[in-house]
Design a protein around this ligand. Structure first.
Ligand code: MN
Ligand code: MN
Length: 294
């Protein structure tokens, strides 16, 4: 990797780490989810970076992809996970943590955090992703919970949030190995449910996958506004100030129907189990890794 790329990954990681730490003060019973997400995103921009993906505020059995919508009335409580992303020139830092406001899930969160630490301690060139998945699974099941088997960590590349290699949370029947210079997000999830997620109906998060033209003016406006994201995910409500919200919804439907947009629906635990998540981004070095988001 080029020195300036390393520098940008490290800068994104440092800002993600600072925002992560700072944002913990926002996680209070009854706080509006949309305020939490908006404040985190504003902070990322204030610190001189860009938002890599909409801030996820996942409560209870929601495992991922819940970004508050326009005028969202959801208040936080129970078990709350915050997943935030920062980029500097497309070089991404992806990090998440969970807070237990109920006081009933301390053991699960502790096991989940331990699973992440153990996974990170294993990362070095030549290690099989299966070995990492096994360590995550053992740590979480050892405490009496289940990892989510159909959610994984992932490699990141410039402007690519999910690139190449996946990092499983269970042992997998294939042999793919970590290489020096890879940047990977490791994200174990723990639950007291079945250990699988299913897709919900609603999506607030989307990503543009092709710049297909449209006759609808709002669709054209949205596609133009999205160019600066280089395909990175966005939340629909981000554009509600630039495009009338009703027309924005229609524009999204229009672009979706023409196959130029990918929806990322909310992911729920299959048995409505409570879900936690801890995530860090690491850069693989010659004999280990550097955690960019710590
Ligand atoms: Mn994440
Ligand atoms: Mn991730």
């Amino acid at each position: 990797m080029e020195p300036d790329e390393i520098e940008k990954y490290m800068k994104a990681g440092k800002i993600a780490s600072d925002v992560r730490q700072w944002s913990m003060g926002l996680i209070k019973e009854g706080a509006p989810a949309i305020d939490v997400a908006d404040k985190i995103e504003a902070r990322i921009l204030e610190l001189g970076a860009h938002i890599a993906f909409p801030t996820n505020v996942c409560i209870g059995d929601v495992a991922a992809h819940y970004a508050p919508k326009l005028n969202d009335k959801t208040e936080i409580g129970g078990v709350v996970s915050i997943d935030l992303g920062v980029h500097v020139d497309g070089f991404i830092a992806d990090t998440a943590y969970t807070v237990d406001l109920s006081g009933e899930y301390k053991k699960m969160l502790k096991a989940n955090e331990a699973a992440l630490s153990r996974a990170i301690s294993l990362v070095k060139p030549g290690v099989s992703v299966c070995e990492i998945g096994r360590a995550v699974q053992e740590t979480i099941t050892g405490a009496g919970f289940r990892p989510i088997e159909n959610l994984t960590g992932h490699e990141v590349k410039q402007y690519e949030l999910h690139a190449g290699l996946s990092i499983p949370n269970v042992p997998v029947p294939y042999d793919r190995r970590i290489k020096e210079g890879m940047v990977i997000a490791i994200e174990p999830f723990a639950t007291d449910g079945a250990g699988r997620i299913v897709e919900g109906k609603h999506a607030e998060i989307f990503s543009l996958i092709a710049g297909k033209p449209s006759r609808i003016p709002e669709s054209r406006t949205l596609i133009n506004l999205l160019q600066e994201r280089h395909g990175l995910p966005f939340a629909a409500h981000w554009y509600a100030k630039r495009i009338n919200p009703l027309k924005l919804t229609l524009a999204i439907q229009d672009i979706l129907s023409r196959g130029a947009l990918k929806a990322h629906p909310v992911l729920h635990e299959k048995e409505e189990g409570t879900v936690s998540q801890f995530e860090h981004t690491v850069m693989v070095t010659k004999d280990g890794c550097v955690v960019t988001t710590r």
